[in-house]
Design a binder for this molecule. Structure first.
Ligand code: 5GP
Length: 114
């Protein structure tokens, strides 16, 4: 595994508040939350951006969305609503190049985003 920031979170060498872990995914609280609930769901194996996905990753990406929905549901946001976002590359604001699905919930979220 490469030595990226989120790989270190997967390995446990950087502490984080983990809300879910299985063989393929880790979900943890964002260190600088933008909503009352801000969770990042990542694959345990590093993929830099959505541009680097292959068809072999389809089930993995589907499981990331299903996990985010499950976490939102567990915390009572299924009916209120929540947002799931992948940022990709510079103009989107991607800063960590290990794909991560943002889950934001707990406040009104403007659309379109800034
Ligand atoms: P991006 O801007 O790449 O889409 O999102 C990266 C996210 O990772 C940001 O929301 C940022 O706050 C979060 N982040 C960066 N470093 C850490 C860290 O060390 N721990 C945690 N839990 N989140 C981090």
């Amino acid at each position: 595994m490469t030595d990226c920031l989120f790989c270190r979170i997967v390995a446990g060498s950087i502490p984080s508040t983990i809300v879910h872990r299985d063989d393929h995914l880790v979900a943890f609280r964002d260190i600088d939350p933008n909503a009352p609930m801000h969770v990042l769901t990542i694959p345990t194996t590093p993929i830099a951006t959505l541009n680097d996905l292959s068809s072999e990753d389809d089930a993995l990406i589907g499981s990331m969305f299903r996990r985010a929905a499950a976490i939102a549901t567990e915390h009572g946001y299924a009916d209120r609503g929540y947002r799931t976002v992948f940022n990709t590359n510079r103009e989107s604001g991607q800063t960590v190049f290990h794909v991560h699905l943002h889950l934001l919930a707990g406040r009104g979220l403007n659309w379109p985003p800034g």
